[in-house]
Design a protein around this ligand. Structure first.
Ligand SMILES: [Zn+2]
Ligand SMILES: [Zn+2]
Length: 252
Protein backbone atom coordinates (compact mmCIF):
# COMPACT_ATOMS: atom_id res chain seq x y z
CA UNK A 1 0.00 0.00 0.00
CA UNK A 2 1.19 3.50 -0.85
CA UNK A 3 0.74 6.72 1.09
CA UNK A 4 -1.22 8.07 -1.87
CA UNK A 5 -3.88 5.42 -1.22
CA UNK A 6 -4.41 6.51 2.40
CA UNK A 7 -6.73 9.53 1.98
CA UNK A 8 -9.52 7.42 0.51
CA UNK A 9 -9.69 5.47 3.78
CA UNK A 10 -10.91 8.66 5.37
CA UNK A 11 -13.91 8.73 3.07
CA UNK A 12 -17.03 7.40 4.84
CA UNK A 13 -18.32 5.92 1.56
CA UNK A 14 -15.73 3.18 1.48
CA UNK A 15 -15.95 0.78 4.45
CA UNK A 16 -13.67 -1.75 2.79
CA UNK A 17 -11.10 -0.85 0.22
CA UNK A 18 -8.56 -2.43 -1.92
CA UNK A 19 -5.38 -0.62 -2.74
CA UNK A 20 -4.31 -2.97 -5.52
CA UNK A 21 -6.26 -3.71 -8.68
CA UNK A 22 -9.10 -6.15 -7.83
CA UNK A 23 -7.69 -8.79 -10.21
CA UNK A 24 -4.73 -9.53 -7.94
CA UNK A 25 -7.07 -10.04 -4.97
CA UNK A 26 -4.16 -10.27 -2.56
CA UNK A 27 -4.18 -7.03 -0.62
CA UNK A 28 -7.68 -6.39 0.61
CA UNK A 29 -7.28 -4.15 3.63
CA UNK A 30 -9.93 -3.35 6.20
CA UNK A 31 -10.14 -0.09 8.09
CA UNK A 32 -8.74 -1.93 11.12
CA UNK A 33 -5.71 -3.08 9.11
CA UNK A 34 -5.14 0.43 7.88
CA UNK A 35 -5.46 1.94 11.36
CA UNK A 36 -2.91 -0.55 12.70
CA UNK A 37 -0.56 0.17 9.80
CA UNK A 38 -0.90 3.89 10.42
CA UNK A 39 0.06 3.47 14.05
CA UNK A 40 3.22 1.67 12.98
CA UNK A 41 4.14 4.31 10.43
CA UNK A 42 3.43 7.10 12.92
CA UNK A 43 5.83 5.57 15.42
CA UNK A 44 8.58 4.70 12.92
CA UNK A 45 8.44 7.77 10.67
CA UNK A 46 6.57 10.48 12.60
CA UNK A 47 7.82 13.50 10.67
CA UNK A 48 7.22 12.07 7.21
CA UNK A 49 3.79 10.82 8.19
CA UNK A 50 2.79 14.12 9.79
CA UNK A 51 3.99 15.96 6.70
CA UNK A 52 2.01 13.74 4.38
CA UNK A 53 -1.22 13.89 6.42
CA UNK A 54 -0.95 17.67 6.66
CA UNK A 55 -0.25 18.00 2.95
CA UNK A 56 -3.37 15.99 2.12
CA UNK A 57 -5.47 18.11 4.48
CA UNK A 58 -6.15 15.15 6.82
CA UNK A 59 -4.27 16.52 9.80
CA UNK A 60 -3.35 19.94 11.17
CA UNK A 61 0.12 20.97 9.92
CA UNK A 62 1.40 21.99 13.37
CA UNK A 63 3.08 18.65 14.29
CA UNK A 64 4.89 18.66 10.94
CA UNK A 65 5.90 22.32 11.38
CA UNK A 66 7.24 21.53 14.88
CA UNK A 67 9.28 18.61 13.53
CA UNK A 68 10.78 20.77 10.79
CA UNK A 69 11.53 23.55 13.28
CA UNK A 70 13.50 21.13 15.48
CA UNK A 71 15.41 19.96 12.44
CA UNK A 72 16.22 23.51 11.31
CA UNK A 73 17.29 24.63 14.81
CA UNK A 74 19.75 21.73 14.96
CA UNK A 75 21.32 22.51 11.57
CA UNK A 76 24.94 23.65 11.75
CA UNK A 77 24.66 26.63 9.44
CA UNK A 78 27.32 29.38 9.83
CA UNK A 79 24.87 32.20 9.09
CA UNK A 80 22.15 30.91 11.43
CA UNK A 81 24.74 30.19 14.13
CA UNK A 82 25.61 33.91 14.35
CA UNK A 83 22.05 34.88 15.30
CA UNK A 84 20.82 35.20 18.86
CA UNK A 85 18.53 32.39 19.99
CA UNK A 86 15.38 34.52 19.78
CA UNK A 87 16.12 35.97 16.32
CA UNK A 88 17.05 32.50 15.14
CA UNK A 89 13.70 31.10 16.26
CA UNK A 90 11.88 33.90 14.49
CA UNK A 91 13.84 33.42 11.26
CA UNK A 92 13.60 29.63 11.38
CA UNK A 93 9.83 29.88 11.83
CA UNK A 94 9.65 31.91 8.64
CA UNK A 95 11.94 29.51 6.71
CA UNK A 96 10.07 26.43 7.94
CA UNK A 97 6.67 27.80 6.91
CA UNK A 98 8.02 28.64 3.49
CA UNK A 99 9.60 25.20 3.01
CA UNK A 100 6.39 23.52 4.16
CA UNK A 101 4.34 25.58 1.69
CA UNK A 102 6.72 24.60 -1.08
CA UNK A 103 6.48 20.91 -0.16
CA UNK A 104 2.73 20.79 0.39
CA UNK A 105 1.67 22.63 -2.75
CA UNK A 106 2.46 19.47 -4.72
CA UNK A 107 -0.77 17.96 -3.38
CA UNK A 108 -3.06 20.56 -4.86
CA UNK A 109 -3.49 21.66 -8.42
CA UNK A 110 -4.13 25.17 -7.16
CA UNK A 111 -2.58 27.08 -4.31
CA UNK A 112 -3.01 30.45 -2.66
CA UNK A 113 -1.39 33.19 -4.71
CA UNK A 114 1.83 34.01 -2.82
CA UNK A 115 1.84 37.64 -4.02
CA UNK A 116 -1.55 38.70 -2.64
CA UNK A 117 -1.92 35.89 -0.06
CA UNK A 118 -5.16 34.74 -1.67
CA UNK A 119 -6.86 38.12 -1.49
CA UNK A 120 -6.74 38.81 -5.23
CA UNK A 121 -5.83 42.43 -4.55
CA UNK A 122 -2.60 44.11 -3.53
CA UNK A 123 -2.28 47.33 -1.53
CA UNK A 124 0.28 49.62 -3.01
CA UNK A 125 1.30 53.30 -2.93
CA UNK A 126 0.31 55.30 -6.01
CA UNK A 127 -0.02 58.92 -7.08
CA UNK A 128 -3.76 59.45 -7.26
CA UNK A 129 -5.15 62.42 -9.17
CA UNK A 130 -7.83 63.90 -6.93
CA UNK A 131 -8.48 66.87 -9.14
CA UNK A 132 -7.26 67.18 -12.76
CA UNK A 133 -6.60 70.87 -12.39
CA UNK A 134 -8.16 73.69 -14.40
CA UNK A 135 -6.83 76.95 -15.77
CA UNK A 136 -5.01 78.69 -12.98
CA UNK A 137 -5.45 75.80 -10.53
CA UNK A 138 -2.74 73.18 -10.07
CA UNK A 139 -3.93 69.56 -10.28
CA UNK A 140 -4.23 67.83 -6.92
CA UNK A 141 -2.21 64.62 -6.79
CA UNK A 142 -2.06 62.62 -3.57
CA UNK A 143 0.43 59.81 -2.92
CA UNK A 144 -1.72 57.25 -1.10
CA UNK A 145 -2.31 53.57 -0.58
CA UNK A 146 -4.69 51.99 -3.11
CA UNK A 147 -5.97 48.50 -3.80
CA UNK A 148 -5.06 47.01 -7.16
CA UNK A 149 -6.00 43.72 -8.78
CA UNK A 150 -3.10 41.30 -8.21
CA UNK A 151 -1.43 40.95 -11.61
CA UNK A 152 0.14 37.63 -10.70
CA UNK A 153 -3.19 35.78 -10.33
CA UNK A 154 -5.40 38.26 -12.21
CA UNK A 155 -7.42 38.79 -9.05
CA UNK A 156 -8.34 35.13 -8.63
CA UNK A 157 -6.36 34.78 -5.41
CA UNK A 158 -5.04 31.38 -6.44
CA UNK A 159 -2.52 30.11 -8.92
CA UNK A 160 -2.04 26.79 -10.65
CA UNK A 161 0.86 24.87 -9.18
CA UNK A 162 1.36 22.75 -12.28
CA UNK A 163 4.71 23.11 -14.01
CA UNK A 164 4.37 25.35 -17.05
CA UNK A 165 6.52 23.15 -19.29
CA UNK A 166 4.87 19.77 -18.70
CA UNK A 167 1.44 20.88 -17.36
CA UNK A 168 1.97 18.81 -14.24
CA UNK A 169 2.72 15.53 -15.99
CA UNK A 170 6.36 15.52 -14.92
CA UNK A 171 7.46 14.15 -18.26
CA UNK A 172 8.01 15.77 -21.63
CA UNK A 173 8.62 14.42 -25.11
CA UNK A 174 12.31 13.97 -25.79
CA UNK A 175 12.36 15.41 -29.32
CA UNK A 176 15.88 14.35 -30.26
CA UNK A 177 15.50 10.72 -29.25
CA UNK A 178 11.94 10.54 -30.58
CA UNK A 179 13.18 11.61 -34.03
CA UNK A 180 16.12 9.25 -33.84
CA UNK A 181 14.08 6.20 -32.86
CA UNK A 182 10.89 7.05 -34.75
CA UNK A 183 8.69 6.49 -31.65
CA UNK A 184 7.70 8.96 -28.96
CA UNK A 185 10.30 8.89 -26.20
CA UNK A 186 9.50 10.59 -22.90
CA UNK A 187 12.03 12.18 -20.60
CA UNK A 188 11.88 13.82 -17.18
CA UNK A 189 10.75 17.41 -17.47
CA UNK A 190 13.83 19.60 -17.05
CA UNK A 191 11.97 22.53 -15.54
CA UNK A 192 10.43 20.71 -12.57
CA UNK A 193 12.75 17.68 -12.46
CA UNK A 194 9.78 15.37 -12.96
CA UNK A 195 7.85 16.63 -9.98
CA UNK A 196 5.14 18.12 -12.15
CA UNK A 197 4.67 21.26 -10.09
CA UNK A 198 6.51 24.52 -9.93
CA UNK A 199 8.58 25.41 -6.88
CA UNK A 200 7.65 28.47 -4.87
CA UNK A 201 10.03 31.27 -5.86
CA UNK A 202 12.47 31.78 -2.98
CA UNK A 203 12.53 35.52 -3.73
CA UNK A 204 9.27 35.65 -1.74
CA UNK A 205 10.97 34.14 1.30
CA UNK A 206 13.87 36.54 0.85
CA UNK A 207 11.46 39.47 1.03
CA UNK A 208 10.05 38.14 4.33
CA UNK A 209 13.48 37.55 5.82
CA UNK A 210 14.56 40.97 4.56
CA UNK A 211 11.81 42.59 6.60
CA UNK A 212 13.14 40.87 9.74
CA UNK A 213 16.81 41.55 8.90
CA UNK A 214 16.99 44.83 6.94
CA UNK A 215 20.74 44.56 6.16
CA UNK A 216 20.49 41.07 4.63
CA UNK A 217 23.39 40.44 2.23
CA UNK A 218 23.53 38.15 -0.82
CA UNK A 219 26.03 35.94 0.99
CA UNK A 220 23.74 35.58 4.02
CA UNK A 221 20.85 34.78 1.76
CA UNK A 222 22.47 32.17 -0.49
CA UNK A 223 24.68 30.33 1.98
CA UNK A 224 22.44 30.93 4.95
CA UNK A 225 18.69 31.26 4.70
CA UNK A 226 18.22 30.12 1.10
CA UNK A 227 20.32 27.04 1.74
CA UNK A 228 18.33 26.22 4.90
CA UNK A 229 15.10 26.37 2.86
CA UNK A 230 16.57 23.91 0.36
CA UNK A 231 17.67 21.56 3.16
CA UNK A 232 14.18 21.75 4.67
CA UNK A 233 12.38 21.01 1.41
CA UNK A 234 14.75 18.10 0.72
CA UNK A 235 14.12 16.89 4.27
CA UNK A 236 10.34 16.94 3.68
CA UNK A 237 10.64 14.72 0.62
CA UNK A 238 13.13 12.38 2.27
CA UNK A 239 10.90 11.99 5.35
CA UNK A 240 7.83 11.37 3.20
CA UNK A 241 9.74 8.70 1.25
CA UNK A 242 10.81 7.11 4.56
CA UNK A 243 7.19 7.05 5.80
CA UNK A 244 6.17 5.57 2.44
CA UNK A 245 8.69 2.78 2.87
CA UNK A 246 7.46 2.03 6.41
CA UNK A 247 3.84 1.85 5.23
CA UNK A 248 4.83 -0.37 2.34
CA UNK A 249 6.71 -2.72 4.67
CA UNK A 250 3.83 -3.14 7.14
CA UNK A 251 1.07 -3.60 4.55
CA UNK A 252 3.01 -5.79 2.16
ZN1 LIG B 1 -2.48 37.21 -6.42
ZN1 LIG C 1 7.66 20.04 -15.60
Amino acid sequence: MNLEALPKFYSPKSPKLNDETPATGSASLTITDVMAAQGMVQSKAPLGFNLFLAKMGIQDPQPAIDGLTNYAMALDNPVLNKLTESTRLEIVDCLVKFAYADYSRSAASKSECPHCHGKGVIRTMRDVVKHPGVKGVEPTVVHEEVEEICRHCQGKGEVSTACKDCNGRGTAVDRKRSELLGVPVMKLCGRCNGRGFARLPTTLARRNIGSLLPDLTDYQWYSGYGSVINSLVTKCWAEEAWAEKQLHDVTR
